[in-house]
Design a protein around this ligand. Structure first.
Ligand code: GH3
Ligand code: MG
Ligand code: MG
Ligand code: MG
Ligand code: MG
Length: 321
């Protein structure tokens, strides 16, 4: 294998890496106690448009890792003052941010001991390169690690988005009926166990069909969003708020007495009647029910819904408990 062939091979590798060029400017944390080596590696990556932040010690590396978005950590194994690549692995893997703790790690070491290498890979390093390292190999392995990690993050983000989409009503950002049905029995069981009062509000906008018919569906949607934020502003964090149907909202309130529930309902009713989304006057009717012993969520809901009906027949813009 002559030198010319090797250089040609490295050129090919470089061009492949450039073609696969990372969509955003990747950022690498390089931990290396030798300034000469650090400069050489930094320069190589700089030519590919990749930013290298260099730390000589574990403390410096930690500071950089905590401050910047890092796509790859490249660490020398033997650092000064008895510090090693293991210290770097621990800092990364023990980060409290789960996404950050998965940052890929590439260890570079002159240590030819196979066991030491296997141990590093077992303890959380993703890859390993032996010193004296080959430039092209370092670039290729680094690129592969960054790419694989980016893909993983994308997939995990997509999964989170899908999960959220399945649980949350897209128009109002409140829970949807489906996720509400998941939560309600758990909240009921928890309240029973703690001997706490649990109350349910069913909130239905009055003559909402008129708004859609007179002003259009998109105006109706704005009204629904306004009502959703009124509900949120008048609820506690632990209340489960959902859009239950088209213009029907529901709030399950743990640790809330019957009179407390009435007060919340009244606050909501007044806030809705005072709001003027798109210059319109809107009102809501609210049915309230307090959970009885041995009652299921469905039974509780039926009672609150009956009270809502009564509020409608009493003339709307009122509350029935
Ligand atoms: P009531 O006072 O008896 O509740 O009368 P209402 O007109 O509010 O009740 P009804 O149930 O007859 O009509 C509800 C209307 O809500 C029907 C539909 O036009 C509207 N609606 C349902 N979902 C949506 C939605 O997502 N966006 C908009 N803009 N309107 C919706
Ligand atoms: Mg060293
Ligand atoms: Mg109705
Ligand atoms: Mg209605
Ligand atoms: Mg309705």
């Amino acid at each position: 294998f002559d030198k010319k062939k090797l250089v040609a091979l490295q050129d090919i590798v470089h061009s492949v890496i450039k073609k696969r060029s990372l969509e955003h400017t990747a950022s690498i944390l390089l931990v290396e106690d030798s300034i000469a080596v650090a400069n050489a590696i930094s320069e190589q990556f700089r030519q590919l448009g990749t930013l290298v932040r260099h730390g000589s010690t574990v403390t410096e590396a930690k500071e950089i890792f905590n401050t910047f978005d890092i796509d790859l950590v490249i660490s020398d194994y033997h650092l000064a003052d008895q510090e090693t690549g293991y210290d770097i692995i621990n800092i990364v893997r023990q980060d409290t941010n789960p996404a950050k703790s998965q940052t890929p790690i590439l260890i570079i070491s002159a240590d030819t001991d196979k066991l030491a290498r296997v141990s590093l890979l077992t303890q959380g390093a993703n890859d390993f390169i032996l010193k004296p390292y080959d430039q092209a190999e370092l670039l290729v392995r680094s690129t592969n690690l960054i790419k694989a990690h980016a893909l993983l993050q994308k997939v995990s983000q997509q999964r989170d988005d899908l999960e959220k989409m399945a649980m949350v009503d897209q128009l109002t950002n409140l829970y949807n009926r489906h996720s509400f049905y998941d939560m309600a029995p758990k909240m009921i069981s928890l309240s029973r166990r703690n001997n706490m009062s649990l109350c349910l509000l069913v909130i239905d906008l009055d003559h909402f069909k008129n708004i859609n018919d007179s002003y259009g569906h998109s105006t109706g949607d704005i009204v629904l969003k306004t009502v959703a934020s009124i509900l949120q502003n008048n609820s506690r964090l632990e209340d489960a708020l959902a859009r239950y149907g088209g213009e029907e909202f529901i709030s399950l309130m743990p640790n809330c007495s019957q009179s407390g529930a009435f007060d919340v309902a009244e606050r909501i009713r007044v806030a809705i009647s005072k709001s003027d989304p798109e210059g319109l006057t809107i009102t809501a009717s609210i049915g309230v029910a307090q959970l009885k012993s041995n009652e299921t969520f469905e039974e509780l809901f039926v009672r609150a819904d009956k009270n809502l009906y009564k509020a409608k027949s009493k003339g709307r813009n009122c509350i029935v408990t």
